[in-house]
Design a binder for this molecule. Structure first.
Ligand code: PXG
Length: 467
């Protein structure tokens, strides 16, 4: 059976027989499968389905992954929207190795280390407007929790402690912790976990195939959906609302591009009512939309911005919240010896993450990767829209170096068709990401035109082979 062969292979690659261990026993396939696959409870994965037909990456370089059976896979998703500069970049590897040997760890509480300050300055310079202050965390989910807490605490230090309500959006994804889950709007990510935070409401999402199917770039239709915030303000009163959080382009739910004028309108309403606007740029940051951040691309400045993923090219986990001057300064008015924010993590600003991030920012700079993404966008758009007429495809949408391809569902089996396209792509040689009945594409920004053609051709072939 395929599963046991792969398990044995993996076992041989990764696990020498320990001294004194019974060799015959360790070669028993049943034991090896249990050892190698069972113990690991995989995230966001159908564990039993996976373990019956495992897929294992063992190596990566540039635009490619390599599977346990030696096959080369074109990375159509930059890992999970995060390896923006391509895999195993020597400059980052070297920076991380040098940092591990020099200063492996430093507490972030009451003591600092130079690279944390250097990186904060670099990020402040890269971010638009006066998003000049940086709070470090270890993931996108922690960035979201932190941003929500800063927003509520901001109103507290300003003397409006009643502003605690948080507004998210249907189909939004803001990580998996309690705050992010609560403001998030993907049913599957919420329904097993109880009521979530109190005092949360949601805007409507912006996806409507009747009006915006097969859009190229920002859809013309849908700016008016931001006006729903006015309804929520009338309902709850602005004096109870701390913040609105949205992904400028919703990624995980399957690529929802903001309609023209939508984000502008949302920002206008927030600012008119003293509500902080948080952009969750965990996916859209670091060149994905052809600019450093989506805020820059769309010309809309949020009060807080969450980042992660591409910050370190995903080599070391790291996230951050970027904070505007006025929000930060509100905390700095208490006596000097005051701890302004009772919040932080053991690994906030970890030296190895800082080293990885600094090396990553150098690559983005030296290789001009954000501008490269912008200049590739038209080619990318034309390429992905070759799939417009493919079987069962009801939408293709794109922006930056991102695309979503949506399918009709089989009767009573939502998501099954896209899952089959995903597995077929992998068989053919391309990594894609399935979200419900959608396939999302978001390759590393180093992708060539030829590789774009190959990626789209493989997805097209997989769609054609999927009933
Ligand atoms: N915010 C956004 C907008 C994200 O996309 C997170 C927060 C959470 O980040 P962490 O680092 O805690 O995972 C994300 C994460 C997918 C997929 O299939 C996307 C994410 C995570 C897992 C799967 O598109 N994005």
């Amino acid at each position: 059976m395929e599963c046991s062969k792969l398990a044995i292979r993996m076992h041989r690659i990764h696990r020498e027989t320990a001294p004194g261990e019974d060799e015959n026993l360790s070669r028993d396939p049943a034991i090896q499968i249990a050892n190698d696959l069972d113990a690991y409870w995989m995230p966001f994965t159908a564990n039993r389905q996976f373990k019956n037909a495992p897929r294992l990456f063992v190596k990566a370089k540039g635009m490619h992954y390599f599977m346990a059976d030696g096959r080369e896979i074109l990375d159509g998703t930059a890992g999970l929207w995060c390896v923006n500069a391509g895999h195993c970049r020597d400059e980052i590897t070297a920076a991380v190795a040098a940092q591990a040997a020099e200063l492996d760890y430093a507490t972030a509480f009451q003591i600092g280390h130079p690279k944390a300050f250097e990186l904060a300055r670099r990020l402040a310079a890269l971010a638009p407007g006066d998003l000049d202050h940086v709070f470090y965390v270890n993931s996108g989910s922690e960035a979201v929790e932190t941003a929500l807490k800063i927003a509520i605490a901001y109103h507290h230090v300003r003397g409006e402690p009643g502003r605690t309500r948080l507004i998210g959006r249907e189909r939004g994804y803001h990580g998996v912790n309690f705050g992010g889950m609560s403001v998030g709007g993907i049913g599957n990510n919420r329904r097993q976990f109880g009521a979530g935070l109190a005092g949360v409401d949601h805007l409507p999402h912006t996806h409507d195939l009747e009006h915006n199917a097969f859009s190229r770039g920002q859809p013309q239709w849908g700016a008016h959906l931001a006006d729903d915030l006015v309804r929520l303000i009338a309902l709850h009163d602005a004096s109870t609302i701390a913040a609105v959080i949205v992904e400028p382009m919703a990624g995980s739910t399957g690529v929802l591009v903001p309609p023209k004028g939508y984000l502008e309108r949302l920002a206008e309403i927030c600012h008119a009512h003293g509500i902080l606007l948080i952009f969750d740029e965990v996916i859209t940051g670091f060149g994905r939309l052809g600019a450093a951040f989506a805020a820059e691309r769309f010309g809309v400045l949020p009060d807080l911005m969450t980042i992660a993923k591409g910050l370190t090219n995903a080599v070391i986990p790291m996230g951050a919240v970027l904070v505007r001057e006025g929000v930060h300064d509100a905390f700095m008015k208490a006596p000097e010896a005051t701890v302004e924010l009772f919040h932080g993590y053991t690994y906030s600003g970890h030296p190895m993450a800082c080293a990885a991030a600094l090396a990553t920012l150098d690559i983005y700079d030296n290789d001009g990767l954000f501008a490269r993404a912008a200049s590739l966008e038209a080619y990318w758009e034309d390429a992905v829209h070759r799939l417009d007429g493919a079987a069962n495809v009801i939408d293709v949408r794109n922006i930056g170096i991102v695309a979503g391809i949506e399918f009709t569902s089989r009767d009573g089996k939502p998501g099954a068709r896209a899952y089959d396209v995903f597995t077929k792509c992998l068989e053919i040689g391309a990594l894609t990401r399935q979200a419900g009945e959608i396939i999302a594409l978001s390759p590393p920004l180093i992708i060539s035109e030829d590789e774009i053609d190959r990626l789209v051709a493989m997805v097209g072939e997989a769609i054609a082979a999927t009933p």
